[in-house]
Design a protein around this ligand. Sequence first.
Ligand code: GLU
Length: 421
Amino acid sequence: MNKNTYNPYENMLAVLDEAASRLGLKEADYITLRYPEREMIVSIPVRMDNGEMKVFEGYRVQHNSARGPYKGGIRFHQNSDLDEVKALAAWMSFKCAIVNIPYGGAKGGIKVDPSKLSRDELIRLTRRYTTRILPIIGPDQDIPAPDVNTNGEVMGWIMDTYSMLKGHCVPGVVTGKPIAIGGALGRSEATGRGVMLNTCNILKVLGRDIKNTSVVVQGMGNVGSIAASLCAQAGMKILGVSDVSGGIYSENGLNIPEILAYLKEKRGNVLADYQALGITHISNSQLLELKCDILIPAALENQINKDNAHNIQASIIVEGANGPTSIEADEILQKKGITVVPDILANAGGVIVSYFEWVQNIQSVSWSEEHVNAQLKEILDTAFFDLWNLAQEKQVPLRTGAYLIAVKRVVEAKKLRGIWP
Ligand code: GLU
């Protein structure tokens, strides 16, 4: 969609510049935020199962470390490129700042379609990528985590590779690990849980009843599937969901547990083949334009753009994905009176529980799932209501408000530390 004209990094800069100007910052105060502190491009040679050799391109971008070590996921995607990873790294800096956890922002990626690789090829790709970025990651330096098409298992391979090369076990180098090797209870559901908590909070401040709320979710990966499931459990009606193969819709509400069981069984993203009484198959673009109360884009960037923003019928958008709305679309949505809970808050649940995982790893302690979920809710509620109050007071959209808070925090940290030397 619009891939030729859309540049995620330029989108990030436009939002940053607007916030800086509203904050009355001088260029010298925030100019460093316009540039990542470090960008690394690596080549990753992999011996394929058929004996052939292939070289993949990978990235790790460290945007800002004024507030703490760099933090952010690693994605495996055929369209990943440096500009995308740079934008994602900057969004991590602002995400950690708005929820006030002591991290800077980073992101990694490999340009690869992982569905085309065998498990053994994926292991070799992940391990070799880890060795390439090894000089710049570490528990006090830069802590990766899962993102699009990566999961706990991949994090386990990264943790093992790093530990082998250091000569001792270093669980805190990466978060989102399996529980048995230092993962946090609640981490794999945390991003989706955060989306649900933010959805409940926005409904609350707008005086809407959770039980009469209809929801549409784009993307049935880790974020979308958990968000759909927890929103359904909270009493909302899930009208439509989609994955890469297409979407499904039912005006009476979909049976989310049954759909998740189906997806799990098939071991892939195959909603186009799902059959059930009363459902209609629709395209991904039809799904985004369905009439509903809440739209949760939980796939990739630039899904809501100037071409389809006019047709969006939801009254609230809760951004499960990073960067799903382009700046042009944002303006259109605003004119239409649609409330957007911005990505840097809406999907921050993942990195918050990553922080809890890292804290447990470096202290060698383990928290119960109840404790993790309660702490997550406390952090998200504080961030949400502080943002809501500020946006009301300043009469700005929630995205602008979120950047006002986040940019101010990063700039303050930078000022307190000063420029070295
Ligand atoms: N990839 C997730 C995100 O975009 C999680 C990052 C993390 O836990 O470090 O927020």
